[in-house]
Design a protein around this ligand. Sequence first.
Ligand SMILES: Nc1nc2c(ncn2[C@@H]2O[C@H](COP(=O)(O)OP(=O)(O)OP(=O)(O)O)[C@@H](O)[C@H]2O)c(=O)[nH]1
Ligand SMILES: [Mg+2]
Length: 102
Amino acid sequence: MVGLDNAGKTATAKGIQGEYPEDVAPTVGFSKIDLRQGKFEITIFDLGGGKRIRGIWKNYYAESYGVIFVVDSSDEERMEETKETMSEVLRHPRISGKPILV
Ligand SMILES: Nc1nc2c(ncn2[C@@H]2O[C@H](COP(=O)(O)OP(=O)(O)OP(=O)(O)O)[C@@H](O)[C@H]2O)c(=O)[nH]1
Ligand SMILES: [Mg+2]
C-alpha cells in the first residue's frame, strides 16, 4: 500500500481491519498487517509515503501481488506529485502488469 504522505494509507488500513480510522500518526518505515479473508491469507505492507521514505517502496515490489495506491482526492494541490509518483510506481518492472487498486 503506497501513496503520498498524508494520503490516508494507514487510516485506510485501519478501516480494512474494522478499526476506527482515527488517531493515526505518520508512518516511519512500514507497518505490516496480516488479514484472513475466507481462505486467503493476506499481508498488507502499509509503507510510509514521505518523500524521503519512498525509496524503500521498491524493496517490496518483487514479493507483492498487487498495489493499493491511496490518493487524497481532496488535496488538489498535490495531484501533480501524485501523478508523477504513481507513474513511477507503475513503470517499475517489478510492478508492471500486476493489479493496482487506486
Ligand atoms: N477526513 C478524513 N480524514 C482522513 C481520511 N483518511 C485519512 N484521514 C486523516 O488524514 C491524516 C493522514 O492519514 P494517514 O492515514 O496517517 O496517512 P498516510 O498515507 O498513512 O501518511 P504517511 O504514513 O505519512 O505516509 C490523518 O490525520 C487521518 O486521520 C478520510 O478519509 N477523511
Ligand atoms: Mg501511514
